[in-house]
Ligand binder design. Structure first.
Ligand SMILES: [Zn+2]
Length: 139
């Protein structure tokens, strides 16, 4: 469910709950939404920065998802530009840098759960970025 701040022609602001933005648009077009104060049916959505409340199980919130995807996109772009891709050698490369064998730099790559555990035990800081999975290839 999404909650929108709505405003009627007379300037009354109230909250409306909708399945999604399409439900709101449909209902609004059919004048099914009316102001609780004056019954006006010329309803506008008040732009809010984060007028989204997740449903209890928190799934399928298209707008929130879009925002997250945008952020992820930006983040992975940044990582791609500024981090050296070491692929599956991530863990060993991180260890080498940690022990001064390799020159210190930003790296990115893939690691297994086991490798991540090792890195944590060695006190190596890393963070995981959700990136869209690349298409599966048989190599
Ligand atoms: Zn009103």
């Amino acid at each position: 469910m999404i909650v929108y701040d709505l405003q009627c022609e007379q300037g009354h602001v109230f909250e409306g709950w909708f399945e999604d933005i399409r439900t709101f648009n449909n209902q609004n077009k059919k004048k099914l939404i009316s102001c609780p104060v004056c019954n006006n049916t010329s309803i506008m959505k008040v732009p809010t920065t984060f007028g989204i409340k997740s449903s209890e199980n928190g799934q399928n919130i298209p707008e929130k998802q879009a925002v997250l995807e945008k952020m992820t996109e930006k983040l992975s772009e940044f990582v791609e530009k500024n981090f050296d891709n070491v692929g599956t050698n991530f863990a060993s490369e991180a260890l080498k840098i940690h022990y001064g064998v390799s020159e210190p730099r930003n790296i990115r790559g893939i690691s297994t759960t086991q490798e991540e555990k090792t890195l944590k035990e060695e006190g190596i800081q890393f963070f995981k970025v959700p990136v869209p999975a690349p298409p599966e290839t048989d190599s």
